[in-house]
Every structure is written in C-alpha cells, then in structure tokens.
Design a protein around this ligand. Structure first.
Ligand SMILES: [Mg+2]
Length: 240
C-alpha cells in the first residue's frame, strides 16, 4: 500500500483515466462506419473496431519508439486498417484520418466521478496532467474541460517534450517542471505499460485505474474514482 502521507504532488494521465477515450474512439469509428458511402460498408462495425484496436496500439508503440513520424502514425493506422480489411479503393487515407479525428473530438466525455475527484484532490495537493498524445488533440481536450488546466500546476504533453511514456525522461522532465522529487509524486493512470511501468521506472508511486487488482509497495489499483479519493483522504490534508 502506498504511503500517501509522503505524496507531495499528483500527476494524472488524461485518456481513459479522466477522459473516456475508449468510448470516443468507438463512437468516432461508428461515425465513419455509418457515413453515407462509407468505405467500411462491406464490413460489420465490430470487425472494423476489432481491426483498428489491433493496429492502433502497435502503431502507437512504434511512434513512441521513434520509428514512425507523427504523420505516419496518424494516417498509417488507417492505411493499415484499409489493408487489413482488404478495402481496395481510391480512398484518401489522409482524409479518413482527419475525419476520424474530427468525429473523435465530438465524443469526448468524462469518466464517471473523474472531474469531481480530480478537483477534490486538487484542493488538497498540487496536481498536474501528464499525457501521451498529439499536442493539438490533447490541447483541444483541455480546452473542452478547462477546469483540468486551470487547477493544474503543470500540463505535460509528450509531443511537446519529444518523448513519450513510458520513457523515464518524460517523467523526469515532469518532476523537474514542478520541482518535486520522484519518490514524492503519485501518478494516476490506466495503462500498465505507459503509466504503471513508466511511473515505477521513474521512481514515482502509481495509482493504477484498472479492473485488475494489483498491490505492492509503490502501486495500488482502483476500479472507481471514489476509491482513489478514499485512499487519499487517509491524509489529513484532504480532510478539510
Ligand atoms: Mg491512459
């Protein structure tokens, strides 16, 4: 169990921790599937979603390792999706990728209890956002939910720094920006690879938003934001 008394700063992941990325992604692909003259019309929506969710993490991993450019990641996942589904037409994959992103932006919503929990924690301790992702997309999310940025001491977006989670360099940069030592920072995130491995690798403590139960000295898992509040309320600074 984490010693919450030692925590002086809480950084939060954005996607699928505060903002329901998975839902927005699914609804955006559904929009593409339902478009008149959709290139996906010969395929069930489930097949499109399954293929995309198979391709996208691999593309992101390659992008995070530097073997793909931003453009290659952004558009390439759709080029690969068309290939995987054997769609041979004169489809403009760049346009498809852009249409996806604009549909995606129409479906951003918050995870249940996340905003209330985030604001409650922010009243007791300094907080920040540390997120992977394309700068303009992540900035647009913060603009839609301005309270996140207004109470944050720091907003770190991987693309603006030049490295992605789980690279310890990004965590070290985030710690240096707020001037707090690694062992006094709690990271709240959903990804085992980016957030849990990344945070632990950088010497941070981690609260893992996950259905999977996991507990050791520096990692604690929670399935609902109310449980995160309960954990942190053990600290007297949250009591008032
Ligand atoms: Mg996430």
């Amino acid at each position: 169990m984490i010693d919450t008394g030692a925590i002086r700063f809480v950084y939060f992941d954005l996607d699928d921790t505060i903002l329901d990325h998975a839902r927005a992604e699914k609804l955006a692909l559904q929009d593409l599937h339902h478009q008149p003259h959709s290139v996906f019309k010969g395929h069930s929506f489930d097949a499109v979603l399954e293929a995309y969710r198979e391709i996208n993490p691999i593309v992101w991993k390659k992008y995070s390792e530097g073997s793909l450019t931003k453009h290659q990641a952004k558009v390439g996942r759709f080029t690969q999706l068309l290939e995987k589904l054997n769609i041979e037409s004169q489809v403009d994959d760049t346009l498809l990728a852009e249409t996806y992103l604009s549909c995606y932006a129409n479906h951003w919503s918050l995870i249940s209890g996340a905003m209330e929990g985030f604001l409650k924690i922010a009243r007791a301790r300094p907080v920040g956002i540390l997120t992977n992702g394309f700068s303009e997309v992540q900035r647009a999310k913060l603009k839609q939910f301005p309270q996140l940025e207004s109470v944050s001491s720091a907003v770190i977006i991987s693309e603006e720094v030049g490295v992605l989670k789980p690279d310890p360099a990004l965590f070290e940069h985030a710690a240096a920006v707020v001037g707090v030592p690694a062992e006094s920072i709690l990271y709240v995130g959903d990804s085992l690879h980016s957030d849990v491995s990344g945070g632990i690798g950088a010497g941070w403590k981690v609260a893992w938003f996950s259905e999977q139960s996991h507990e050791h000295e520096d990692v604690w898992s929670f399935t609902d934001w109310s449980l995160l509040i309960d954990l942190l309320e053990g600290d007297a600074r949250l009591a008032h």
